[in-house]
Design a protein around this ligand. Structure first.
Ligand code: NAI
Ligand code: MG
Length: 373
């Protein structure tokens, strides 16, 4: 029996192309693993009215972790239109498989390293080495939303909060409400992981990115917990920055920052900003980590216009594989893979279209594999 069981979920579009690239590198590394393929994505929404079938959830439950390509998702109207005729009007509602997986497997931590590898012509600067910790299951993406606002919710808000009065005369169908829910436990967990990471990798600061001067209760809770936790890490400074200012600072002086930590939506936004500083979607890797399970995915989507053309950059996926190896405790393999990736980027001989090259997705993977041996 192999040492690891890894759920293998290519998904849609270029998810397939980059997963093939991942396999080339994993085979060269001779990772002792069985890869168990699973169905996910738009195709299964159309055929079965469920983009994340139960059999796939079962596979995840029986594996150590999951490597995920990308999926296509479309707005409500198109989802309803494209689902197969016999499933129409049977009450199937599309919901994002990746959001579901994060919630179902309690993948509370989204880790996104954004490091500028030397020689990448898309780097904003060459001295950027950021790591974003984003809370992954609650905040503004908790999914607790109303439209129209139910009368009992309005009444309760009026009763409990004086600031609600100015909305009193507005018709309920003209009000939408999305709840930003923070729990102390999740705030503590994400901040602690950021500090643990800083400690382990000898980083000297952790910046908590929120907006506590305005969003006093939720952002406030995060900051208050961060201040307490920071006291346990005397060698690491806690910096507090408002999310709007952070966007400015990241464009002005990204090299001054190291570990960033934030809630779900702000973390989503700043991690995209950080990713672009080091070359964008072709380089942005991510890990979704929980207490018992983890799922690894490049941050790009399914880029349908490039599907099955083997044109896109696999580096985001290969860096994602590196994160998976780290998680599995295969430090030596992870380091070798990162070194090979860095070498291929620096040499600049084998490049996909986004870097001005003509190499295919699989050419790049084979070049990385060659450097491993
Ligand atoms: P996308 O990330 O799929 O592609 C946007 C553009 O970025 C592409 O057309 C391409 O020019 C470039 N690009 C993306 N990945 C690249 C790579 N590896 N190398 C080089 N260039 C790359 O985003 P888009 O077009 O907004 O969404 C397409 C579909 O993907 C949608 O259905 C969307 O919902 C879904 N999506 C899925 C995600 C996921 O699986 N986690 C994340 C983001 C979008
Ligand atoms: Mg995003």
């Amino acid at each position: 029996m192999a040492k690891y069981k890894i759920a293998w979920l290519p998904g849609d579009g270029i998810g397939n192309d980059v997963m093939e690239a991942a396999k080339i590198v994993l085979d060269e590394l001779k990772l002792d693993a069985d890869y168990i393929p699973g169905d996910v994505g738009w195709e299964f929404w159309k055929k079965e009215g469920n983009p994340l079938p139960d059999r796939t959830i079962k596979i995840l439950k029986e594996t150590d972790c999951c490597l995920f390509g990308a999926i296509t998702s479309k707005p409500k109207e198109e989802a309803e239109k494209e689902v197969s005729a016999e499933l129409k009007e049977k009450g199937h509602v599309y919901s994002s498989p990746i959001v579901r997986l994060r919630q179902e497997f309690k993948l509370h931590t989204n880790l996104r390293p954004c490091k500028a590898y030397k020689g990448n012509p898309l780097n904003y600067r060459d001295d950027i080495d950021l790591v974003v910790f984003r809370e992954n299951t609650e905040g503004l993406y908790s999914g607790v939303e109303f439209h129209p606002l139910p009368k009992e919710v309005m009444d309760s808000l009026l009763e409990n909060h004086s600031k609600m009065k100015r909305f009193k005369e507005i018709p309920l169908e003209d009000i939408a409400l999305s709840c930003r829910i923070f729990t102390r436990k999740a705030c503590q967990s994400i901040v602690r992981q950021a500090f643990e990471y800083a400690k382990k990798f000898k980083r000297n600061s952790v910046t908590v990115v929120e907006k506590p001067n305005v969003i006093r209760e939720t952002s406030g809770l995060m900051i208050r917990e961060a201040r307490k936790i920071a006291q346990e890490y005397p060698g690491i400074e806690l910096w507090e920055t408002n999310v709007d200012a952070m966007c400015m600072w990241l464009v002005k002086n990204p090299q001054n920052y190291s570990v960033l930590v934030s809630s779900n939506m702000f973390g989503d936004i700043i991690s995209d900003l950080c990713a672009q500083l080091i070359g964008g979607l072709g380089f942005a890797s991510s890990a979704n980590i929980g207490d018992d399970y983890a799922l690894f995915e490049p941050t790009h989507g399914s880029a349908p216009k490039y599907a099955r053309q083997y044109k896109v950059n696999p580096m985001a996926m290969l860096l994602t594989v590196k994160l998976m190896l780290d998680y599995l405790g295969e430090k030596e393999l992870a380091q070798r893979l990162e070194n090979s990736i860095a070498q291929v980027i620096e040499e600049g001989k084998v490049r996909t279209y986004d870097l001005g090259g003509t190499a295919s997705t699989l050419d790049v993977a084979r070049e990385v594999a060659k450097k491993l041996s």
